[in-house]
Write a protein that binds this ligand. Structure first.
Ligand SMILES: Nc1ncnc2c1ncn2[C@@H]1O[C@H](COP(=O)(O)OP(=O)(O)O)[C@@H](O)[C@H]1O
Ligand SMILES: [Mg+2]
Length: 246
């Protein structure tokens, strides 16, 4: 569905994404697994149209995809940013209404979309509370819900479970499974192998801005000659160091 072909991005002389290629298939949850600094957020910024790639090509269903230049291309994606991006002084409902308008949701549909987003986040009973009163996990849940208001077929989730309590973690995974069951394709970055193992159909293993391997967990383990190994062991084989070192 979404093809990333030889994508590169540099901050000045510092190459953060170095010729990355992978494909997100329709309806799958694809994990980007790599330590801090591997280039996950930079890749998402290029996909979401926040940064213009230095080189490479993005393709959506076989045609050139230009989220940086084209609003309709950008609307195909919903980005759940790594940092919670909400207005602390507004309520959950007010945040959703604001972001929904920015995303171009039709006024007559906005109330229904907000209600669906609150249900997805499991925050119906907190709809009219200010974000400043929310726990970290509740903010993360709303951060996800905001990205779904315009019903994008592809969701980019940048480490959405970092610092989340077990209760909210359960909610987040249930919401992601619901979105995937509803037909959305998920690109999910994490440096936690437990998360990748739990949610992802296939995994792209990254380090230093490069793709080291792509496959199901079983394929990755077989690929390093250790069938049955966990992702930590796979990463160690591919890089000579541990994911947990980061
Ligand atoms: N705004 C920035 N300016 C300069 N360097 C950056 C910036 N953002 C990220 N980097 C660098 O780019 C590399 C990739 O970072 P990032 O994409 O944030 O990785 P990840 O999300 O996997 O932790 C790192 O070396 C990081 O220090
Ligand atoms: Mg990041």
């Amino acid at each position: 569905m979404l093809e990333v072909c030889d994508l590169s991005y540099a901050y000045g002389d510092h190459v953060a994404v170095d010729g990355m290629s992978f494909t997100l298939r329709r309806g799958e949850a694809l994990g980007l697994l790599g330590p801090n600094g591997a280039g996950k957020t930079t890749t998402f910024s290029c996909l979401a149209g926040l940064r213009r790639p230095r080189s490479g090509e993005l393709r959506l269903e076989g045609r050139t995809f230009l989220p940086f230049a084209c609003d309709t291309d950008r609307a195909v994606l919903g980005l759940v940013p790594q940092e919670v991006s909400l207005y602390a002084d507004l309520t959950a409902r007010e945040n959703l209404a604001f972001f929904g308008r920015i995303q171009g949701v039709a006024p007559e549909e906005l109330d229904d979309r907000i209600a669906a987003a609150l249900t997805l986040a499991g925050l119906e009973d907190r709809a009219d509370h200010r974000i400043a009163t929310f726990s970290g996990g509740m903010k993360r849940r709303l951060n996800l819900a905001v990205a779904t208001l315009h019903q994008p077929p592809i969701l980019l989730l940048d480490e959405p479970t970092v610092g989340v309590d077990p209760h909210s973690r359960h909610h987040l995974f249930a919401a992601l499974e619901r979105l995937r069951d509803g037909g959305a394709s998920l690109l999910y970055s994490t440096h936690a192998m437990e998360d990748a193992q739990r949610l992802c159909d296939r995994i792209v293993v990254l380090d230093h801005g490069r793709v080291l391997a792509v496959g199901t967990h079983e394929e990755l383990a077989a690929g390093v000659g250790e069938p049955g190994a966990d992702l930590e062991t796979v990463f160690l084989h591919l890089t000579g160091r541990s994911l947990r070192d980061s």
